[in-house]
Design a protein around this ligand. Structure first.
Ligand code: HEM
Length: 376
């Protein structure tokens, strides 16, 4: 999409898309404005009672958003994240031990895909015996349609609704379990957490858990995969990272987030008439803020189309901005750092397999590839 973004930034950083009937916003300053002006650009993009996420954190405005965010923050403190570090390392080791001795590894299948699912399952307190089932659900919840036909799309929607129903019932069970025997998992914390006497209902907790699966898994997978792919594309930069991983990996991860943002865009709903980038947006219209385009805006980033490590400063918007700034950002960064460090330690000299072909994800908003065959 990057060529298209460049053209759009130059020609029309804010433009009306007649076909989709939405505004597209491509420029850094303009995207920043959309994300910052939450009174004008509402996150309540589902308003017809049909979406499971209508009352979820990501799709609420203040004051409801503030209330819920204050509560869930209690489960995502820096300390809580730090406590997970040894488990993430252990899971990474297990996944890599399982492919020890192989010459060819699909990074996606063996590592970047399973890791975030296994981590979030543990964090939510899903018992080990259910983790297989849980992973299947989680796969299906984010799976796209088999092809682009209307039939396949409606089939996928049905399937997704069914999976969400099953997940819903399952999380209800877990909640009962955790009410009896609280532990230090996210669900137990949320059952007990309250701010100013307000706490979450069980429905809200279940909705939040499902949001975590949808918002956190594929995104983290793509961050890890995109990183390794980019390292292959920039061998000189990679050589430096490999020599000093402790010093350079955090900056490299930030640069992958900017350069190949796992989440390319986010929706907003125009709440009141407003002028943006010289265009008049009307109340009731929808906006797509293209963070993936903003993150390559030359007005903000020198050599924006190049992978530069370390880049200082690197004020990318890959995790969004402002009140909806990604709740899982510290977790995603930590997972990426642990996994990439361990990968480089074991396989400093990996390369693309001869039979590798690039298969981009067929998604407008998620950016990544379906597999990454590496020879090690
Ligand atoms: C919000 C990206 C990983 C949970 C967001 C937003 C972005 C984003 C762009 C803001 C969307 C908007 O403003 O409309 C990413 C990326 C990730 C990642 C690129 C990985 C590299 C995670 C993980 C979790 C998570 C691991 C949790 C386990 C959330 C939640 C929100 C959110 C709950 C909603 C926050 C709110 O509305 O207040 N994420 N995310 N994300 N993310 Fe992430």
């Amino acid at each position: 999409p990057f060529k298209w973004y460049r053209k759009m930034r130059e020609e029309a950083p804010v433009r009306w898309d007649e076909e989709r009937r939405t505004w597209d916003v491509f420029g850094y300053e303009e995207v920043k404005t959309v994300l910052d002006r939450k009174e004008v650009f509402s996150s309540r993009v589902f308003r017809d009672g049909k979406s499971l996420f209508e009352n979820g954190l990501l799709n609420l405005d203040p004051p409801k958003h503030t209330q819920m965010r204050d509560i869930v923050n209690k489960a995502f403190t820096p300390k809580a994240m730090k406590d997970w570090e040894p488990r993430i390392q252990a899971i990474t080791n297990e996944l890599l031990d399982a492919v020890e001795g192989k010459q060819e590894i699909d990074l996606v299948e063996q590592l970047s895909y399973p890791l975030p699912v296994l981590v979030i399952a543990e964090m939510l307190g899903v018992p080990a015996k259910d983790q297989r089932k849980f992973k299947d659900w989680s796969d299906q919840a984010v799976a796209g349609p088999a092809n682009n036909s209307e039939e396949a799309k409606s089939e996928q929607l049905q399937k997704q609704q069914q999976v969400v129903g099953e997940l819903y019932a399952y999380f209800k069970e877990i909640i009962e379990l955790k009410k009896k025997e609280p532990a230090d998992d996210i669900i137990s914390v949320l059952l007990q957490a309250s701010v100013n006497g307000e706490s979450l209902t069980e429905e809200e907790i279940v909705g939040f858990c499902i949001l975590l699966l949808v918002a956190g898994n594929e995104t983290t997978t793509n961050l890890i995969t995109n990183a390794i792919y980019t390292f292959l594309e920039y061998p000189e930069v990679y050589r430096q990272i490999k020599n000093e991983p402790d010093e350079l990996l955090p900056a490299a991860i930030e640069e992958v987030l900017r350069f190949r943002s796992p989440v390319q865009a986010s929706f907003r709903f125009v709440q009141e008439d407003v002028v943006l980038g010289g265009k008049e947006l009307r109340a009731g219209e929808y906006v797509i803020a293209w963070m993936g385009a903003a993150n390559r805006d030359e007005k903000q980033f020198q050599d924006a189309e190049q992978f530069v490590v370390p880049r200082k400063p690197n004020l990318h918007m890959a995790f969004g901005r402002g009140i909806h700034f990604c709740l899982g950002a510290p977790l995603a960064r930590m997972e990426a750092e642990i996994v990439l460090k361990e990968w480089i330690r074991r396989y400093p000299d990996f390369r693309l397999s001869a039979d590798f072909t690039l298969k981009p994800l067929e998604s407008t908003f998620a950016y990544g590839i379906k597999e990454l065959l590496l020879t090690v």
